[in-house]
Design a protein around this ligand. Structure first.
Ligand code: UTP
Length: 287
């Protein structure tokens, strides 16, 4: 079955970026000149996704506005002859078919995903966390879709993190079955350093089968009192295999201050219009 649906959870509180996120969704913070979520939707579309469900919540209306048409603005740009901008604004609304559902309260990523059950139906689907920008060619989600087509079971992307950071992520116990592909023997949400089975961490990209909903409903609150996707994947291991893809591109966790700054600097450096200026400026700082 071709994978054409994706779910983007974007209902978290974003406490690590307060006060910026008090009245502004972190998924809408600009990285250079596009909100984080725009990059995430682009990755999904480049991976063959056609229908996207964004899980929003209280205070996240800017997300819905962003992907909607804005006739007054379009009229203004047309009248003032700003055709390039006009085209760009229109392209945003044509990226994909986007649907929304609101998570009633932020009870964790696993709880957010439960709101996608009806949208997903009986098809496998991609999950892209709304606060991770992932840059690679081919896109990470496309690689996961290909892996799913080979193994026909849940697949996740992982990347290496430093040993000190393992307690911030879901960490896998890997058995390498092909170059950069692991069978996951176990997966633990935010383990203590000395209990982590490896330094391979989940990084916000998944392709899942709808069976995951049965486990999400069963598991109950985990780390931080939240319903954790990692716990549902762990519970599913007794019935289904789980495979991990070792991602080697760039990933920016925008929910983290340093990740947000890094994304802005590095993606600005790549831009044709301002890349050189930014590079010269950084060099001039002599730090
Ligand atoms: P995070 O783990 O970054 O949580 O969520 P958070 O609550 O947004 O951020 P902090 O830790 O308070 O700073 C990972 C992804 O899951 C979504 C978030 O929007 C983010 O894209 N999420 C998280 C939900 O949709 N609902 C939740 O209840 C929690």
């Amino acid at each position: 079955m071709k994978i054409t649906k994706a779910v983007i959870p974007a209902a978290g509180l974003g406490t690590r970026l307060l006060p910026a996120t008090k009245a502004q969704p972190k998924e809408m913070l600009p990285v250079v000149d596009k909100p984080v979520l725009h990059y995430v939707v682009e990755e999904a579309v480049k991976s063959g996704i056609e229908d996207i469900l964004i899980i929003t919540g209280r205070g996240k209306r800017a997300i819905v506005d962003y992907f909607d048409a804005y006739p007054e603005l379009e009229h203004h740009l047309m009248k003032s002859g700003k055709y390039d901008l006009l085209e760009e604004i229109r392209k945003v609304t044509e990226l994909a078919n986007i649907y929304y559902v609101r998570q009633k309260s932020p009870r964790g990523l696993g709880d957010a995903l439960l709101y996608a059950e009806r949208f997903v139906g009986d098809e496998p689907f991609a999950v892209l966390l709304g606060d991770d920008i992932v840059i690679s060619n081919p896109p990470c989600t496309k690689s996961l879709i290909e892996l799913y087509e080979e193994y026909k079971t849940n697949v996740i992307a992982v990347e290496e993190v430093s040993r000190e950071d393992v307690s911030k992520y879901g960490i896998i116990d890997p058995e390498e079955v092909a170059d950069g592909i692991y069978r996951v023997k176990d997966i633990i949400e935010k383990p203590k350093i000395d209990e982590a089975p490896s330094n391979l961490a989940t990084m916000g990209r998944y392709v899942l089968t709808p069976k995951i909903f049965d486990y999400l409903k069963r598991i109950g609150p985990g780390y931080g009192g939240e319903i954790q996707l990692t716990d549902a994947l762990r519970a599913s291991l007794k019935d289904y295999e789980l495979y991990a893809f070792h991602f080697r591109g760039k990933r920016y966790d925008i929910g983290d201050k340093f990740g947000f700054i890094k994304a802005n600097i590095e993606l600005a450096l790549e831009r044709e219009d301002i890349g050189k200026k930014v590079r010269d400026y950084l060099k001039s700082l002599k730090i």
